[in-house]
Design a protein around this ligand. Structure first.
Ligand code: PLP
Length: 410
């Protein structure tokens, strides 16, 4: 589906949850950055799998187990193609972006970080790409350093040369900020890092659902994203890692499926990616993720991105009409999400009254407290978009904001 043929009403019909009233008003769902809604094909794929093919995977010889294993591993190949990894062994199935980063921090970090080493992150990371690094750095005597950002919410990448040194072991960077919508120039960072032999982990939780992410073209070493933000179910996510790096990394968790052989004297481990997948995964969740990728490919990720860019432009200009509006983050390259505050109105009050109008936005610190601190706010309201949103949704948000302002006599 190209943009000219992008039929948002047809797309909306595929999402049953959108067709309901909340507090007597038609639902306007503007919280897809937190979690995105699911098309019927994803819901059906999960139901079909449970109704016809469900069994545990990998260890069974019976037909159902073989079928389940085949379908589960076919999703791995689908994910490989979706992000253009060169090999299926580079696709590790995890619970979400958070678990993917924890896996790298714990496994890669325990092998390669030592006293005095540095992990370079950015000032606009989600907590998921801060805390795991703080934990492992504390354990290993290493430290976290930060690429600062300016007041538009753009990283000061000109300072890379001064921040990267011979103690820098890894750079961890968000591709698109969930709180600011900033699209980072990750190519510039990767180029700089690779010139010095430093691996780069990309947190692509907010970019994979909105744009074509090609790991070979980007050249990143690790990348994570979440199924539930990508039209798929909760409980499933992806860690991409370059094979040479994954093969050298120790296991993350121990248990079934990640071993070659076990005795009380010695255990030997499976090869990657299974070495990192201890225990029974969310099998049906990954079946759903496969259906979500099929759905995205059918609609076209480029068409989705172009549609959302149009919504973003519309929202940015309409928000400017609102007196007392402060946009948090005004990067020149942006996608997906807009954070804002209203003079004299707490974001939580804003979110509560918008909900009474049927409008779902997220309010809070968006798991990005360092960003809130940078902008001197406790919280913001955030509207975020997906393929199923319309300009009318944006207009409903603006009308809702006026209701809130009237309520507070603003
Ligand atoms: N990274 C970013 C940029 C996010 O927006 C989120 C979720 O909001 C995460 C990581 C964590 O994702 P999950 O909770 O699915 O693991």
């Amino acid at each position: 589906m190209t943009l000219e043929r992008f039929d948002v009403e047809a797309i909306r019909r595929e999402f049953p949850v959108l067709h309901q009233e909340v507090h007597g008003k038609p639902l306007v769902y503007l919280d897809s950055a937190a979690s995105c809604q699911k098309p019927q094909s994803v819901i059906d794929a999960i139901g079909r799998f449970y109704a016809h093919d469900y069994a545990n995977i990998h260890r069974g010889l019976h037909s159902l187990s073989e079928r389940a294993t085949h379908q589960f591993e076919a999703v791995r190949e689908k994910v490989r193609g979706f992000i253009n990894a060169s090999d299926v062994h580079e696709i590790v199935f995890v619970r979400g972006a958070t678990e993917g980063i924890n896996l790298v921090a714990r496994s890669w970090g325990s092998r390669y970080l030592g006293p005095g080493d540095e992990v370079l992150l950015s000032a606009m990371e989600h907590h998921a790409n801060i805390v795991p690094w703080q934990m492992i750095c504390q354990e290993r005597g290493a430290r976290v350093r930060v690429i600062p950002m300016n007041d538009r919410g753009e990283l000061e990448l000109d300072r890379l040369a001064e921040l990267v040194n011979d103690r820098t072991r890894l750079i961890g960077l968000v591709h698109v900020s969930n709180a600011l919508g900033t699209v980072n120039d990750v190519r510039k960072v990767i180029e700089h890092a690779h010139g010095r032999g430093i691996p780069v982990l990309l947190d692509a939780a907010q970019s994979v659902p909105h744009s074509r992410v090609d790991v070979q073209e980007l050249g990143c070493d690790f990348l994570v994203f979440s199924g539930h933000k990508t039209y798929g179910p909760t409980g499933c996510g992806v860690l991409y890692g370059r094979q040479i790096l994954l093969e050298a990394m120790p296991p993350f968790q121990g248990g079934g499926d990640m071993i070659r052989s076990v005795s009380f004297e010695e255990t030997t481990y499976n090869k990657s990616p299974w070495r990192f997948e201890a225990g029974t995964p969310d099998i049906a969740g990954f079946i759903g993720l496969g259906a979500a990728i099929d759905w995205i490919e059918r609609v076209g990720i480029e068409a989705i991105g172009a549609h959302e860019a149009d919504l973003l432009d519309h929202a940015l200009s309409r928000l400017d009409e609102v007196p007392g509006m402060r946009k948090i983050g005004e990067a020149r390259q942006r996608a997906g999400a807009i954070s804002f505050t209203l003079d004299g109105i707490h974001p939580h009050d804003l979110g509560t009254i918008l909900d009474r109008e049927g409008i779902a936005v997220r309010v809070g610190h968006h798991c990005a407290q360092p960003i809130m601190r940078h902008f001197g706010v406790q919280a913001t309201a955030r509207a975020s978009f997906a393929a199923y949103n319309t300009r009318a949704d944006v207009d409903a948000l603006i009308d809702g904001i006026h209701v809130v302002r009237e309520f507070f006599g603003a």
